[in-house]
Design a protein around this ligand. Structure first.
Ligand SMILES: *Cc1c(COP(=O)(O)O)cnc(C)c1O
Length: 374
């Protein structure tokens, strides 16, 4: 009954339509496969979308985070305050520069950086703050801004999110990084983008993603150390097409989330944790639908049972500070209890724009069966 291909429900699935195919084909026929008009159009489209002057496309969100931290002046031995409740790339990008990720725990409602804990953790060695808009919920960046430190926002899960004052996530002026891996709100296969209102940052990133080449120099002139963190025109073509359908995809994601909320309401009464509702004027940019199994339930057993039903789901997310090479920095169990509790009980249910109400109800029914036995 539940063989893959019949009623298998994937964890994520991009929306790829005629426009994506048309624009990718246009690139192929143009012969310009990198550093062309599609990259410029995608960059401008993302910058306009969040209301800042510059977008700089990169080969991945991780590459964008790395370059944004470098542009913020993060160097060996500096401390960067960030969240352990994230995908590992946000903290790794700090390690790339031999700087030190200084974790603080998260808010138990939003799962974003606890801004009071972040304030307490600031020392003379703190070079930057790296909040993560986890699961698409806007982090309290405005509260972090009063410290006057450089901020690099990990907005890799938060396309479409909005702060309480109406600013789109990524639109506050300092560097914010989006990502376009296949499961993100905008999917280009691989890819990322730094948005910023600072020309200095935009110019530096344009150079460092392209082997340290300055804009006015010849192809083989290099005036600084750089990387190859470029996005290809094929990816940018996908980005342009995806941007054109973004509002519809975000609305579809919000609809799927609303179906989940209704279908899981009775389980929520019995201890299942659901994503927090938007507080005040804050708006989540729906990325994943993550639930916490009730106390006393084994999360991994639940995942195994759903997987056997053909429902693809994942533990999401394991705390970063408990990975072996972060333990080498001195991090241990018990240091960030909120993150650890969320990390041990959370799973991401299938979630994508074209998911049907029937699929949502099927997932909810199977989850109910495994949690309650009926
Ligand atoms: C996806 C993601 C990234 C990294 O993006 P890649 O494009 O895969 O490098 C970074 N941080 C968070 C929170 C993410 O979800």
């Amino acid at each position: 009954m539940n063989t893959p291909g019949t009623d298998f429900i994937p964890a994520a699935k991009p929306v790829i339509g005629d426009e994506e195919k048309r624009l990718v084909l246009e690139v192929l026929e143009s012969g310009q496969l990198s550093l062309g008009q599609k990259t410029l159009a995608f960059e401008q489209g993302m910058a306009d979308r969040v209301g800042v002057a510059y977008g700089r496309a990169t080969s991945s969100g991780t590459a964008g985070l790395h370059l944004a931290l470098r542009a913020a002046g993060v160097r060996e031995g500096d401390q960067v305050i960030t969240s352990p409740m994230s995908f590992i790339a946000s903290a790794n990008s700090v390690l790339f520069e031999r700087a030190v990720p200084r974790f603080v725990d998260v808010d138990p409602v939003t799962f974003n950086l606890d801004v009071d804990a972040a304030a307490d953790a600031i020392t003379p060695k703190t070079k930057a703050l790296l909040p993560v808009h986890i699961f698409g919920y806007p982090a309290d960046t405005p509260a972090l801004e009063r410290h006057g430190l450089p901020i690099v926002e990990d907005a890799c899960e938060a396309v479409g999110a909005i702060h309480a004052d109406g600013t789109p996530v990524g639109g506050r002026g300092h560097s914010a990084v989006f990502a376009f891996y296949a499961n993100k709100q905008i999917a280009t296969g691989e890819g990322g983008m730094v948005v910023t209102s600072e020309q200095r940052v935009a110019d530096l990133i344009a150079s460092e993603r392209n082997q340290g080449r300055a804009a006015d120099m010849g192809w083989l002139d290099h005036d600084r150390l750089g990387f190859n963190y470029r996005m290809s025109e094929l990816q940018a073509a996908l980005g342009v097409a995806q941007l054109g359908r973004l509002d519809q995809m975000l609305a579809d994601r919000a609809q799927v989330a609303a179906w989940y909320r209704a279908a899981l309401a009775d389980l929520a009464d019995r201890g299942l944790g659901l994503p927090c509702a938007d507080r005040g004027q804050e708006r989540r940019g729906w990325f994943v639908f993550v639930v916490q199994v009730p106390d006393g339930t084994d999360r991994d057993d639940t995942i195994r049972a759903l997987t056997a039903d053909g429902i693809q789901c994942r533990p999401y997310l394991p705390p970063i500070h408990l990975f072996s090479f972060y333990r080498d920095l001195g991090y241990r169990e018990g240091m960030f209890p909120v993150t650890e509790r969320i990390g041990a009980s959370s799973l991401a249910l299938p979630f994508f724009p074209q998911m049907t109400q029937g699929q949502v109800e099927h997932v909810a029914a199977r989850l109910r069966h495994h949690l309650l036995g009926h």
